[in-house]
Design a protein around this ligand. Structure first.
Ligand SMILES: CC(C)(COP(=O)(O)OP(=O)(O)OC[C@H]1O[C@@H](n2cnc3c(N)ncnc32)[C@H](O)[C@@H]1OP(=O)(O)O)[C@@H](O)C(=O)NCCC(=O)NCCS
Length: 169
């Protein structure tokens, strides 16, 4: 069954701030990649939950390139919002910015896209509201989401074949 609701991108927006502490850092004093990925997953999941108002399972994370290390004592700002919803799946755009509290300067550290599937308590997939893009940027990301989704589904088909070969080996 479809979902007749429509929601704006802004309604899903999720912003998190994290101060990088010693327990988040490696021996060089910079943020560990795995810790950042955990924060990113949480922030993206909140956006998916806000849009769907049900449980949301992470299905894919696109390529993540960490372009700038984040030092202990800096603030990580994570921003996530939906770009497009399909039937039960949602694409969430994620941006990670580091802020140096001494200089006030901000820099981009990473950006990527997540896909989530909405499920109920039993894990059955659920139809989600349609997205209404409003700004030019939101409209562009909405249009381009279709191509990204096709590429992910091609990857998924390839991985399924590998899984079947593994199972029968
Ligand atoms: C998510 C999951 C239920 C989808 O299973 P499935 O058998 O592919 O289910 P369906 O074929 O009904 O697909 C459901 C939706 O997921 C989408 N989907 C499936 N694989 C996808 C992929 N690799 N990338 C993007 N979307 C994908 C489908 O296109 C469909 O979306 P739509 O309804 O909007 O068209 C299954 O892959 C799963 O359980 N994965 C593990 C998730 C997990 O454990 N996450 C970590 C905990 S949160």
């Amino acid at each position: 069954m479809g979902n007749s609701k429509r929601k704006t991108v802004a309604e899903s927006r999720s912003v998190m701030h994290r101060l990088v502490m010693p327990e988040d850092s490696n021996t060089l004093g910079t943020l560990m990649g795995g810790v950042l990925m955990h924060w990113m997953d949480m922030c993206a999941a909140i956006a998916a939950r806000r849009h769907s108002n049900t449980y949301a399972m992470t299905v894919t994370v696109d390529r993540v390139q960490l372009v700038s290390p984040v030092r202990m004592g800096e603030v990580v700002i994570l921003e996530a919002e939906i770009t497009r919803a399909f039937r039960t799946s949602m694409e969430i755009g994620m941006r990670v910015v580091a802020e140096n509290l001494d200089t006030g300067k901000k820099r981009l550290c990473a950006s990527t896209f997540y896909s989530f599937v909405a499920v109920d308590k039993e894990g059955n997939t659920q139809a989600v509201p349609e997205v209404v893009p409003e700004t030019d940027e939101q409209k562009r990301r909405y249009r381009e989401a279709e191509k990204r989704r096709s590429e992910r589904l091609e990857d998924a088909a390839r991985i399924r074949e590998e899984a079947e070969a593994f199972g029968s080996g």
